[in-house]
Design a protein around this ligand. Structure first.
Ligand code: HEC
Length: 102
């Protein structure tokens, strides 16, 4: 096997792992970050916390399941269920709000 084939295989593997954990959940881009004043790092952390804490009882809802104005109310209830901190919820809220239902 030559070197280029190995690199392509590794990249495909990484992409597969990212998508298989959370199919369909957007990966934050600079445009997403600019929309909110968050950074890509913050949104990426929000995505990670969302995937880690919110998919054990039910599937992961798409960000556009709810309007940005409706996510905080649900999140307040789900925070109790997921037993996560206020700052963790805040990262998750930012991630979900960016691509919430208009
Ligand atoms: C311990 C189990 C549990 C965890 C963890 C959990 N949920 Fe839920 N979630 C539920 C149950 C049960 C329902 C449905 C009943 C209800 O609405 O109370 C629900 C419903 C929902 C709904 C549907 C609300 C609607 O009316 O459309 C959303 C959205 C949601 N959860 C988001 C989240 C998010 C975000 C997290 C992570 C912070 C999370 N959940 C973590 C148990 C959980």
């Amino acid at each position: 096997m030559n070197f280029k084939v190995l690199i392509v295989a590794a990249l495909l593997g990484i992409i597969f792992v990212i998508y298989s954990c959370a199919p369909g959940l957007y990966i934050p881009s600079l445009a997403d970050a600019n929309k909110t004043g968050s950074t890509i790092d913050d949104l990426t952390l929000g995505r990670k916390l969302y995937v880690q804490n919110c998919g054990s009882c039910h599937g992961l809802y798409a960000p556009n399941h709810l309007k940005a104005s409706d996510w905080p109310g649900i999140l307040a209830v789900m925070q109790q269920k997921a037993k996560i901190s206020n700052s963790e919820v805040e990262f998750i809220r930012s991630y979900l709000s960016v691509q919430a239902k208009p």
